[in-house]
Design a protein around this ligand. Structure first.
Ligand SMILES: C[S@@+](CC[C@H](N)C(=O)[O-])C[C@H]1O[C@@H](n2cnc3c(N)ncnc32)[C@H](O)[C@@H]1O
Length: 436
């Protein structure tokens, strides 16, 4: 992407890349690296906002176009979405949005379309936002996702969709090996960064407003990490202890690996596996910053022959790859990237990992199965099927002050005031009567 392009033109190219299957976290950083650092937050806000409201804006734009643009002009469709996002959801001056979008159209080499862009945006400004005609436009989600959520969560689907459209808070995990949560809250207060203790995670702090991590006191020294409250709950059922041998089976970028090690005073033997060579170094970076240690392995965790030495684990965290439908508010590009047809294959991968890793767990040991999905197909139904088939597995009673009891684990739904959508189930190796 050319660095001289106006910001909106760059944003349009990024939205185009997302529509073609690239994630924002893949394409934003290398594009932003070419930009003046002062412009990077603006680019990020344009791209995240346009993805968040894509389905609503796209519905409006399609209604305003007499016919779709040619395939080779699709980037101008995205450029108009970016402009509509700003018209509908920002305080930017309308004349600036219009003029600069027309300039961006020309800079993209599409001067013949400048008149169309100008006309569409002027009409949009004059007429205001149309009343959403479909649920897809109203909730700004793909239709299949709305239908699936409505089916799965008849009492909660609209709240889930609304929560997905609200930017998530920034939440920290105080490193209690360096000090208490209250002490860290006080350091934040002194640094002019207000926040409050999270309700359920004992070391969590939710900030009133997001800040760059380098402003957090002692961040480079490992005094705190950025981690959502729901993700922090992984240690509550895993209960890591010094001296234990613990497997973190799908570990990158290592947020939960580090939470486990902190909970075990860095005195557990943690094996952290990830199949992604790109993501594995992120675990080491996090461990180094926090002065923690684990053994990292690049492997398919389910292919135990390739990495397991035969020594059983006291406990296992299995944070499986999933649809990430519980974290759409943090990753709004998921609305464009995920397909309905992804879910069944994902459920197959999740069941396979669970079945294969079960053999590596000690009798009496616990396996915590986790996803950041809100679909029962990836959550409670995986656990139910596993328990039906596995005679030496029992479900730990899912008592907790957070989430909903599904009968086969607890589901947290995304909460605009606090945590992400997440699912946890805790399985114990042994027959039910042996696990009391
Ligand atoms: C939900 S993310 C894990 C997040 C991580 N536990 C954390 O808290 O930071 C899922 C991870 O599983 C990895 N993965 C997917 N399939 C895998 C497999 N078969 N074996 C090992 N890792 C896998 C992906 O590369 C991805 O990093």
């Amino acid at each position: 992407m050319a660095r001289e392009l106006p910001l909106r033109a760059v944003a349009a190219q990024i939205i185009q890349a997302v529509e073609q299957g690239e994630s924002l976290s893949q394409c934003l950083p290398h594009t932003a690296a070419d930009l003046d650092p002062d412009l990077r937050p603006q680019l990020q806000a344009l791209c995240y906002g346009t993805c968040r409201w894509f389905h609503r804006l796209d519905s409006e734009l399609n209604g305003r176009l007499r016919k779709p643009l040619r395939r080779q002009d699709r980037v101008i469709h995205h450029l108009m979405l970016v402009a509509l996002f700003q018209l509908r959801f920002s305080d930017n001056a309308t004349y600036a949005i219009l003029n600069e979008t027309v300039e961006a159209c020309k800079a993209l080499g599409k001067t013949p379309l400048a008149g169309l862009v100008n006309g569409v945006l002027r009409a949009a400004e004059r007429e205001g936002a149309p009343e959403p005609a479909t649920d897809e436009a109203r909730y700004s989600h793909p239709g299949w996702m709305i239908a699936k959520l409505r089916h799965n969560w008849p009492d909660h689907w609209a709240a889930i969709l609304d929560a997905n459209n609200i930017q998530a808070p920034m939440t920290l995990r105080a490193n209690t090996l360096h000090g208490t949560r209250d002490e860290y809250l006080e350091r934040l207060r002194e640094a002019g960064i207000p926040g409050k203790a999270t309700r359920f995670a004992p070391h969590g702090i939710q900030l009133d407003r997001p800040v760059p991590v380098d402003l957090l006191p002692g961040f480079a020294e490992g005094d705190a990490s950025v981690q959502d409250e729901a993700a922090q709950l992984c240690t509550q059922w895993l209960q890591p202890e010094p001296g234990q041998r613990i497997l973190d089976a799908c570990a990158a970028p290592g947020g939960k690996t580090c939470a486990i090690l902190e909970a075990a005073a860095n005195q557990a033997e943690v094996i952290a596996i990830d199949e992604s060579a790109q993501r594995l170094p992120r675990i080491q970076e996090n461990l180094d910053r926090l002065h923690l240690s684990a053994t990292l392995k690049e492997a398919d965790a389910g292919d135990t022959d390739s990495w397991w030495d035969g020594a059983l684990f006291d406990s296992i965290l299995l944070d499986v790859p999933c649809s990430a439908t519980g974290v759409i508010r943090r990753h709004p590009d998921i609305k464009l990237l995920r397909r309905e047809t992804d879910i069944t294959p994902l459920a197959g991968i999740q069941s396979g990992l669970l079945a294969n890793l079960w053999a590596t767990l000690k009798p009496g040991g616990r396996l915590v199965y986790a996803t950041c999905s809100v679909f029962p197909q990836e959550n409670s139904r995986i656990i139910r099927r596993f328990l039906d088939q596995q005679t030496d597995a029992s479900l730990l009673p899912a008592d907790a002050p957070w989430g909903l009891d599904t009968g086969y684990g607890r589901q947290l739904l995304p909460d605009p005031q606090s945590h992400d959508g997440f699912f946890y189930a805790c399985l114990v190796k042994g027959r039910p009567e042996e696990c009391q």
